[in-house]
Design a protein. Sequence first.
Length: 205
Amino acid sequence: MEHYIINFVNDFGYLGIVLLIALENVLPPIPSEVILTFAGFMTLSSNLTIWGSVIAATIGAVLGAIILYVIGSYLTTERLSKIVDSRLGKILRLKHSDITKTHGFFVKHGAKTIFFGRFVPVIRSLISLPAGMTKMSWKSFALLTTLGTLIWNLVLILLGRAAGEAWTEVSATIDSYSSFVLIGIIGLIILGGTLYYFKRIKVKS
């Protein structure tokens, strides 16, 4: 995939960065680390500039986030309630109170979650869904997303520029960090789900 990303940025410049980062926000497996650090390296050997690359990446990130925000906005409480009442909801032992609790958490901590979530792999993509589900102000969502992604993009592009020819090593290091974070998140989800499951069984008995 790295080879295709490099060729795409080489061929399409800023437009390539916009499109790839937008896709990365919708499809998490696409590595933004490779896109951004390579863009940073390219500021040394092409007509790409640091701020031009940062702005292009930020535009792409916001566009991708808005797509997921819109999708989330269609997941209304009524639709989620139908999922809870469905066979899938019963298998997962979901309750209507789970929707209320999740909604309450995001209403209370949504702004912080949106901003800081932009620095966490996978989460930075998926976090846009609950923002849409809870009908978070699109202006606040766009502003927090812009600020968070701008910082993330600037840091990685500067690292890629500073590394020069060794940009792939920087990208690999960040990718390793992302993998550890992702494994940790999956582990916490599994642990939380297991504890929740046994707690529900204990209450029923």
